[in-house]
Design a protein around this ligand. Structure first.
Ligand SMILES: C[S@@+](CC[C@H](N)C(=O)[O-])C[C@H]1O[C@@H](n2cnc3c(N)ncnc32)[C@H](O)[C@@H]1O
Length: 209
């Protein structure tokens, strides 16, 4: 990987940053899912979680954060440490694992999840890897689980294909947030088909940036 992902997170703090607006859209979807599942326990998986500010930011503002169990997987040591530091102040049971989120084995024991975050992945891997990751997503999901994902819409816009791949993998579309004024998008898909057992030993994607 050539990108300094820790530095990449600085853009969240830039006023008027599209990344900040995207974060708000992701958080709104997490909040909605937590409202919809209340008061039941909820399991969350975040792949390539960065510093975890999407999920952790939502949990910090909720009085029912203690019903959430989450696994955040992040490769970068500094970002993992930052996420761990924030998570330890929350009443949720949150594990931040510094590991390769592309390896299926890393999810053993954490699946099936009720909410899966695939944010900041689809703009950084090949189209083939996006499709493979979506095809594998039912292995992470409990019945009716939702996947929140992001992708830019720079030309050529891949989001129509991504939405089609989710449909092919047995998901219904719940939301697709794509503002005219910017290039980011946030999608939400709910698993309508039966979940699939986790296949160990698989490698789903490779970051190319
Ligand atoms: C674009 S950032 C997104 C971070 C966060 N999900 C967000 O939306 O703010 C991508 C993150 O993926 C991490 N990453 C890249 N390859 C990874 C891998 N194979 N396993 C785990 N994390 C990875 C990077 O370190 C970086 O923090």
């Amino acid at each position: 990987m050539s990108t300094n992902w820790s530095k990449w997170h600085d853009a969240y703090a830039k006023p008027g940053s599209g990344l900040g607006d995207r974060l708000a859209a992701v958080r709104a979807q997490i909040d909605r899912r937590l409202d919809a599942t209340a008061p039941d326990p909820v399991r969350v998986i975040s792949a390539c979680a960065g510093d975890g500010r999407d999920l952790l930011g939502v949990l910090a503002d909720r009085s029912d954060a203690d019903r959430v169990t989450a696994l955040l997987i992040e490769y970068d040591a500094e970002l993992s440490a930052r996420a761990r530091e924030v998570a330890k102040a929350l009443p949720a049971r949150i594990e931040v694992r510094q590991a390769d989120a592309a390896q299926s084995d890393v999810y053993a024991g954490a699946v099936p999840a009720d909410l899966v975050l695939l944010c900041g992945i689809f703009g950084n891997v090949s189209d083939v890897d996006i499709q493979a990751t979506i095809e594998a997503a039912p292995q992470l999901c409990a019945p009716g689980a939702e996947v929140v994902w992001t992708r830019h819409r720079n030309d050529p816009d891949l989001t129509p294909s991504i939405r089609g791949w989710f449909a092919d993998a047995g998901f219904d579309e719940i939301a697709f947030v794509a503002p005219d004024a910017d290039q980011w998008s946030v999608g939400v898909h709910r698993l309508a088909a039966a979940p699939r057992p986790l296949e160990l030993g698989r490698h789903w994607f490779t970051f190319i940036r």
